[in-house]
Design a protein around this ligand. Sequence first.
Ligand SMILES: [Cu+2]
Length: 193
Amino acid sequence: MKLRYFYMVLFVILVGTQLSLAGTLSGKVSGAAAGSVVWVDDPSAKVEAPAKPFIMDQKGLLFVPHLLVVPVGSTIEFLNSDNVQHNVFWIAISGNKKLGHNLGTWPKGQKRTFKFDNPGVAPLLCNVHPEMSAYVVVVPTLHFATTDADGAYTIPDVPDGAHNMTAWHEGMKQQSKSVNVSGASKADFTLSK
Ligand SMILES: [Cu+2]
């Protein structure tokens, strides 16, 4: 009986220790408006992309949403909800032109799908409407967030330890730095053009 109690206590301690090995990472991205993307690399974890596809619509001559952040390996369904034809292409992913792609041009009601197997930023364009633009940010991790109107972000359950962390915003220079996570932790960025 005593031994069982001992093991129960040991179990509680071990579980408690396990839970404390991660924390909420939060902070602020300055120098840019809302819609900065931040992510924390976690090379130890396999990124399981959601099975359900993400949606990028074209509606009212706009890409909706303007910014879509997806874990690497995710599939995006590209819709057309307008009465005109739209096209979707990107010339590169994070500057790598080998990863450029053109999904073609299609009318209302049809869709195209694409699986993003490489992390990076794909700036979307439509060759029918040169003013249309959007961004797909493919992050190499499940630990990511988008900043709110105050530039604030929160990433829950980040494993304790040193991580490479990156902040990105449309039109700004991407920035990476090492952050140390130990329980609830903070990391701020100041982006510039
Ligand atoms: Cu278009």
